[in-house]
Ligand binder design. Structure first.
Ligand code: HSE
Length: 436
């Protein structure tokens, strides 16, 4: 392979951008030996003054910093554009114009790839250019390349991932200290794991974007963020974590993508998972993706899903791969992997086991009236427990039901029917139970 000097233009000198600039400089010798010399020629950031200071601090010249994206676009020497500003606009416009100008693009932008990724990948394909986005899912964990290349001989059956570090940190804290959701969220915010407005993370939207990207690649059919069923963790009670543990389960926020009879299931929600499952011991802000393929069986990829250097690791890996493609004149080698159009199941059509906690009247006959509502709707129960002791007749009692594997629509109908009974005070929790 003839080595060429590859020049990179970086858009966005935030946390990850700074990490990329650092790794490109600190590992430059290794990068040149492994692939080809790669150097950062331009940095675009809307806050030029701060960006210049940051660039100088890590050994770059202030002169390479500009606030005009055209300085990258019109620079014929720059062959790889790295987009790290996040969000849909103007990232979409920057990437599109870079591809149309014949440049290769590396991005960490999950919001964009999970919504308009299909269109951008087709543009890349038409242009014969690379559009790589390894860092968009689970930060430093090399899961997209694993699915696209190393595991591509497999029919992927299921992906289950802990793909949001913020919620994993909160659930780990709740489980290890017994504290409630609000105080664990406050701690996550203090430590910088959760943002001031934590909605995207705790309500599951961030994870849904990652599941959309994973499912699209695993099943070769476009899944976008709004196709993914989403439930967050803000309703998880400390008492449910305690009861789950007594039953031999941990509670994790899971992103799940499955293919069943040519149809795709894509969902994000908290779930009980057996304590022996490898995902149950993925704690703190770590991420992990558990992939089951028909040939390989079960695999698990574990690591840091966010942060300056872990995310930069994935971005630099993509830059190096694109640089190799440029040297070999084979850019655009792996473009859009979605060559099918599979139906995405509605949540009602999915099946699962369920953990259900109800506050009911503590009177004779109540249990049989409640369980009848489940039986009448074909929801078979595998265990029924009354938790806690109450003082006098008529007080609320807690009952915890675990179902067999049943249809979601039937569970919802059963709960609606049970809710109409005067002996059911409140449905406290409904959490799915995953086996493997
Ligand atoms: N906010 C994400 C998380 C990281 O908590 O994992 C970036 O996607």
């Amino acid at each position: 392979m003839e080595k060429k000097d590859i020049k990179v233009g970086l858009v966005g000198l935030g946390t990850v951008g700074l990490g990329v600039a650092k790794v490109l400089s600190s590992n430059s010798d290794l990068i040149a030996k492994r692939v080809t010399p790669i150097s950062l020629k331009r940095i675009v950031d809307k806050n030029v003054t701060v960006a210049k200071e940051k660039a100088v601090e890590i050994g770059y010249s202030a002169d390479i910093v500009t606030d005009d994206f055209n300085d990258i676009l019109n620079d014929a020497e720059i062959s790889v554009v790295v987009e790290l500003i996040g969000g849909i606009h103007p990232a979409y416009e920057f990437i599109k114009s870079a591809l149309l100008a014949g440049k290769n693009v590396v991005t960490a932008n999950k919001d964009l790839m999970a919504s308009l990724g299909g269109e951008l990948l087709h543009i890349a394909e038409e242009q014969g250019r690379d559009l790589m986005f390894e860092a968009s899912v689970a930060g430093g964990i090399p899961i997209l390349h694993a699915l696209k290349e190393c595991l591509s001989g497999n029919k992927i059956q299921k992906i289950m991932g802990i793909v949001n570090g913020t919620t994993n940190f909160i659930l780990t804290q709740m489980s290890q200290t017994g504290a409630d959701f609000a105080s664990c969220l406050a701690e996550a915010q203090e430590l910088g794991y959760a943002e001031a407005d934590p909605t995207n993370d705790i309500e599951g939207f961030d994870a849904a974007r990652k599941v959309a990207i994973l499912a699209s690649i695993a099943f070769n059919s476009r899944v976008i963020d709004t196709d993914v069923y989403v439930e967050g963790i803000s309703n998880i009670q400390d008492i449910d974590i305690k009861y789950a543990r007594e039953l031999g389960y941990g509670i994790k926020m899971l992103g799940i993508a499955k293919e069943d009879n040519g149809e795709i299931e894509a969902r994000v929600h908290p779930a009980l998972i057996p304590l022996q499952h490898p995902l149950a011991s993925v704690n703190d802000s770590f991420n992990a993706v558990f992939v089951t393929g028909d040939a390989v069986g079960d695999t698990m990829f574990y690591g840091r899903g966010a942060g300056e250097l872990p995310t930069a690791s994935a971005v630099v890996g993509d830059i190096m791969e694109s640089a190799r493609n440029i040297c070999q004149e084979v850019t655009g080698r792996i473009a859009c992997t979605c060559f099918e159009d599979k139906r995405i199941k509605h949540m009602d059509e999915t099946i699962s086991k369920y953990y259900i906690r109800l506050a009911v009247m503590d009177d004779p006959g109540v249990l049989s009236r409640i369980t009848k509502a489940f039986g009448d709707n074909k929801v078979s129960l595998s265990s029924v427990m009354q938790k806690g002791h109450n003082n006098k007749q008529g007080d609320a009692a807690q009952i915890v039901l675990i179902t067999h594997t049943v249809l979601e629509a039937n569970v919802q109908k059963a709960l609606k029917e049970a809710q109409a009974l005067d002996c059911l005070y409140e449905i406290k929790s409904l959490i799915r139970v995953e086996k493997r």
